[in-house]
Design a protein around this ligand. Structure first.
Ligand SMILES: O=c1ccn([C@H]2C[C@H](O)[C@@H](COP(=O)(O)OP(=O)(O)OP(=O)(O)O)O2)c(=O)[nH]1
Ligand SMILES: [Mg+2]
Length: 157
């Protein structure tokens, strides 16, 4: 039984021509937070990331995110640990009104070239609620115990 009272908003996914034969993102295990994203690079032209190089990797689909939600694009820990591959802009933000192809901005922080092949699970997406606030300008902010202390002001122990 889902702890959120079985509320599952619908995420619409539209496959693009170059993503037709790829599995759509899906939760890999029952309790997975994220759905893995696959590289829609062409079969005969895998993408190779040299150390330090970044690239925008196509996923082959468009998302229609329900209003009030965003999609975050996050790295996969296995690729990060084993190969130094991460998302440069993590967490990437997909706005609910974006109708372009979802792309993953990968960077190779490892010391070996990394080959991205078609269908490889390169990142994951988490659908999360967002709140749009009403902005109000004020002349001063309320006082607190913390005040302006930050960046380690409470120590480490
Ligand atoms: O990892 C990402 C990040 C963004 N996007 C797409 C969806 C998102 O809605 C749009 C804009 O992203 P963002 O707001 O992060 O980029 P920006 O540089 O502020 O561009 P814009 O001026 O278009 O908002 O780009 C992706 O496909 N992948
Ligand atoms: Mg923006």
């Amino acid at each position: 039984m889902n702890i959120h009272n079985d509320i599952h908003p619908t995420l619409k996914l539209v496959r693009l021509p170059h993503g037709q034969d790829l599995p759509l993102p899906a939760y890999e295990t029952a309790g997975a937070a994220g759905m893995d994203l696959r590289a829609a690079v062409s079969d005969d032209q895998p993408m190779t990331l040299a150390p330090g190089q970044r690239a925008l990797v196509p996923t082959g689909f468009v998302m229609e995110i329900p209003e009030g939600f965003e999609a975050q694009i996050r790295p996969r820990s296995g690729l990060a640990f084993k190969n130094g591959i991460t998302c440069l802009n993590t967490p990437g933000t997909i706005d609910s009104d974006y109708r372009g192809e979802v792309k993953v901005l990968l960077i190779n922080l490892g010391d070996e070239p990394f080959e991205i092949t078609r269908g490889m699970r390169i990142a994951q997406t988490i659908i999360a609620p967002v709140t749009q606030v009403r902005v109000q300008e004020a002349t001063e902010a309320s006082t607190t115990d913390r005040g302006a202390g930050g960046f380690g002001s409470t120590g480490v122990a």
